[in-house]
Design a protein around this ligand. Structure first.
Ligand SMILES: Cc1ncc(COP(=O)(O)O)c(C=O)c1O
Length: 427
């Protein structure tokens, strides 16, 4: 386990033993062997801090909001604290944080609200690289006369075609919807640059950071985006979604709502009663990442500094595991990897990798691995445009391996060994 992969560039070490102790589910076994959770892009495992926060809320504060009694007041305080935690996570003000059921539901609601102010012929730019949750909600506005323009990719490395993007952003563009990172091939998009392009054309910038959040520090102030969505269940938290909106936009756009509900943002955007216990879990997830950061760099003072310290340790750690995986995959017979493989360009991708082995259906491979306790995903992961564009949609899509900071070099080696076993097994 003591590979160079464990060392962070500034000399700080990610204490992988401590990390894994925080996640009780990592002790799961399949057929007497420890499970290898390489399924993070569909949802990560949860540290015990998050489980305890959920239980603690239900034990000590379980109530609806704005009642004249203690548990209700505690609920209000807990929600404020969770907003502050999410605000530190993405670097915004707490009143710019909205909670919701998941990213898809939040984006559907936001698109409907923005759609109220669009007129026929207004254009929205989406991409071929994105999860359909960042396409479908905007496509629904075609019913109101909006026109969707879809940016293509460069197939060779699955990056956005920035020339195509530039040509599609015009003075008719009202919103540009781009993912921070691809949940299928791991490409990290130049979202700060794209935000500038959108703003120069007078358009709003919406970023889907769901896949990026566990892999890099988000700074909405530095990006200057107008909206950014995350799903805490992808960064070690519970199954929910969050929306960042610049305050002026949360006030300007009008969400569909019931009459007695408040008109004051951010609560006006939170439809119905929220899952309070999971909101408590979101705060704990952010605090877990900060705790990890403080372990890596005890000099970190604020929670934001601690979050930055965490990513300074996890990013190179994940990258080293990705390198190990790629080195092994490239030796497999008749494999095809999608996305960036050039080691010098690892800054443009995160540690999520998709591939095919010959003409084998990815479900067949995922099942073979699953039986051996190695959890991966097969299919299109709702990145439908991309799966179609790469010509794999009709063939079962791809096999996806997602690495996060609790994965180990041993798990990568086990995966590679199992893939060799799959290739050698009689079919
Ligand atoms: C990049 C990306 N965007 C959006 C979503 C949808 O998120 P949610 O499940 O919170 O609706 C996912 C889920 O896999 C995703 O990976």
């Amino acid at each position: 386990m003591s590979t160079p992969a464990m060392r962070e560039t500034s000399g700080k070490t990610l204490d992988i033993a401590w990390v894994r102790e925080q996640f009780p589910s990592l002790k799961t076994e399949v057929g007497g062997k420890p499970a290898a959770f390489l399924d993070g892009p569909a949802g990560t495992q949860v540290p015990r801090q998050v489980m305890e926060a959920i239980q603690n809320y239900l034990m000590n504060a379980n109530a609806n909001t704005y009642g004249a009694f203690s548990t209700s007041r505690r609920t209000n305080e807990m929600i404020l604290a969770a907003r502050a935690a999410m605000a530190d996570f993405i670097n915004c003000a707490p009143e710019e944080v909205v909670f919701g059921q998941n990213m898809t539901t939040i984006t559907m609601g936001l698109a409907r609200a923005i759609g109220r102010q669009l007129k026929a012929g207004d254009e929205i730019v989406v991409t071929t690289l994105d999860h359909d949750a960042n396409v479908g909600p905007w496509r629904a506005l075609e019913e109101r006369g909006a026109v969707l323009r879809q940016v293509d990719i460069r197939e060779s490395d699955c990056t956005l075609d920035l020339y195509d993007l530039r040509s599609k952003i015009t003075n008719k563009t009202k919103l540009v919807a781009v993912g921070y990172a691809s949940n299928m091939v791991g490409t990290i998009n130049p979202v700060a640059q794209i935000t500038k392009m959108a703003h120069e054309a007078g358009a709003l910038m919406f970023i889907d950071a769901v896949h990026y959040a566990p892999h890099g520090l988000i700074d909405v102030k530095a990006l200057d985006c107008d909206f950014l969505v995350c799903s805490p269940y992808k960064f070690f938290g519970p199954h929910m979604g969050t929306l960042y909106g610049k305050k002026e936009h949360l006030e300007r756009f009008k969400p569909y709502k019931v009459r007695p509900a408040t008109n004051v943002s951010p609560e006006s955007w939170e439809t119905g009663t929220q899952v309070h216990e999971l909101i408590a879990g979101i705060r704990a997830a952010v605090d877990y990442v900060a705790e990890l950061g403080r372990k890596c760099d005890p000099s970190a003072k604020t929670r934001r500094e601690a979050l930055a310290a965490a990513y300074r340790a996890t990013v190179p750690y994940e990258r080293a595991l990705l390198m190990r995986l790629l080195d092994g995959l490239e030796k497999l017979p008749t494999f095809r990897i999608f996305g960036i493989t050039d080691r010098a360009r690892f800054g443009e991708r995160c540690a999520t990798i998709s591939f095919r082995i010959g003409e084998h259906n990815p479900t067949e491979i995922a099942t073979f691995l699953g039986e051996r306790g190695i959890f991966t995903w097969d299919g299109n992961f709702y990145a439908l445009n991309l799966s179609e564009r790469l010509g794999v949609e009709q063939k079962g899509g791809v096999l996806r391996v997602g690495i996060v900071h609790y994965n180990t070099a041993d798990e990568i080696d086990r995966l590679l060994e199992a893939l060799w076993g799959f290739c050698a097994a009689p079919k």
